[in-house]
Design a binder for this molecule. Structure first.
Ligand SMILES: [Zn+2]
Ligand SMILES: [Zn+2]
Length: 396
């Protein structure tokens, strides 16, 4: 791959792969990324790049270009997952029950690689680059704490932002830049249905919550089937249902929980009210009552349309990287909070390579990625920051 990577020294990609493997061996969960943050700091120190800690285990580095231009943010996440690794890699996790199964090790390493590449050209760099190493993407979320710590508003103030996420749907050598929504909002809800318990042989003396809960499960599917635009992306999944005591006792309460996924903020805004109306109506029909607790999670990631189209065109014109536009997924990403504040791009990086078994999806215990993609990722980050920093590509 390296001969097809403009501006990226093979040594930079090789160094990033080494760092990636080091992080991969020692996965850490959200807000526990002490060791990982220390690796990031060590690498930035070696380059003489100024940095500071934010949001417990987050690291922010700043590279100041010597020519005037815009300030571009580049974000990588640092955390791993509570999964036992079964990838078979020689550099597999050395921590039981912990694994970099979402590629965040590669994200951090590619941002370090981009920092090395920028540092080498600081004299000709237009604008500034802010390196955002973020904790806890997998939960409870490190993006908002970083923003609350002022990373978007500190000098130099970030004017546009991008991130990479590895993706086994795409072959190595390709990236995906999709305009508009690319990830869903992930909100959760908890329902308690209340009735009157009693003897299973005397239903007429009780108010049974089990048939009521069953009717609620079915009625909620009406939201996606009949209430929302068929072209809008909406998921309502009931993940848990629990109630009752034993076979011959009528349950006096049932608890349900679920997730709601939407990509359109306007559709998302209406979901709590829809669910509330349906559960109240069904509960009333069954003589029960129902209580809803709706918990807002990450918002949808919406790529800036003008920036997506312009940057995709720029990459096609100036690099050999294959640019696709994959369909959005209903997964969630807290990069959304950054992209709500300035024009942003979530760019997917192809890491699929059947020959080496890089075919399992993220969050699988067998997940592996093609490290030949790391040079492509670094080249993409560098291209973004240079194009936006110099004003060659403008955000709307
Ligand atoms: Zn993940
Ligand atoms: Zn991820």
């Amino acid at each position: 791959m390296s001969e097809t990577l403009p501006r990226i020294d093979a040594a930079i990609a090789e160094h990033a792969i080494m760092v990636r493997r080091e992080i991969h061996r020692h996965p850490e969960l959200g807000f526990e990324e002490e060791r990982t943050a220390a690796i990031v700091e060590r690498e930035l120190d070696a380059l003489g790049i100024e940095h500071r800690r934010v949001a417990k285990t987050g690291v922010v580095g700043v590279i100041r270009g010597e020519l005037p231009g815009r300030t571009v943010g580049l974000r990588a996440d640092l955390d791993a997952l509570p999964i036992g690794e079964e990838s078979g890699e020689v550099f597999a996790s050395e921590v039981a029950g912990r694994m970099h199964a979402c590629g965040h090790d590669a994200h951090a390493a590619m941002l370090i690689g981009a920092a090395r590449a920028f540092n080498a050209v600081r004299a000709t760099l237009a604008g500034n680059v802010v390196l955002l190493f973020q904790p806890a993407e997998e939960g409870p979320g490190g993006a908002l704490p970083m923003i609350e710590a002022g990373v978007m508003d500190a000098e130099p103030k970030i004017e546009a932002i991008a991130m990479l996420h590895v993706d086994v749907r795409l072959e190595t050598g390709g990236i995906s830049i999709t305009p508009g929504p690319v990830n869903a909002a992930a909100d959760e809800f908890h329902i308690i249905v209340r009735g009157v318990g009693g003897h299973g042989a005397a239903p007429h003396k009780a108010t049974d919550t089990i048939p009521c809960a069953a009717a609620i499960v079915l009625a909620l599917q009406n939201i996606t089937a009949r209430e929302t635009d068929p072209l809008a992306s909406v998921v309502v999944t009931i993940g848990t249902i629990a109630g009752g005591y034993r076979n011959n006792v009528i349950a006096d309460s049932v608890k349900l929980s679920g997730t709601v996924r939407t990509t359109d903020p306007a559709v998302r805004d209406g979901m709590a009210a829809r669910i509330g109306r349906i559960i109240d109506g069904v509960a009333s029909a069954y003589g029960c009552s129902a209580e809803l607790d709706f918990v807002y999670g990450y918002p949808p990631v919406v790529n800036d349309r003008a920036l997506a189209l312009a940057f995709a065109e720029h990459v096609r014109a100036t690099t050999p990287i294959v640019v696709a536009a994959l369909a959005p997924t209903m997964g969630a990403e807290d990069f959304a909070y950054f992209a709500q504040r300035v024009p942003g791009l979530l760019i997917r990086l192809g890491v699929r390579n059947e020959a080496i078994g890089a075919i399992h999806s993220a969050h699988s215990s067998r997940f592996r990625l093609d490290e030949a993609a790391i040079g492509v990722g670094i080249a993409t980050l560098v291209a973004f920051a240079r194009a936006v920093g110099s004003g060659a590509v403008l955000a709307s």
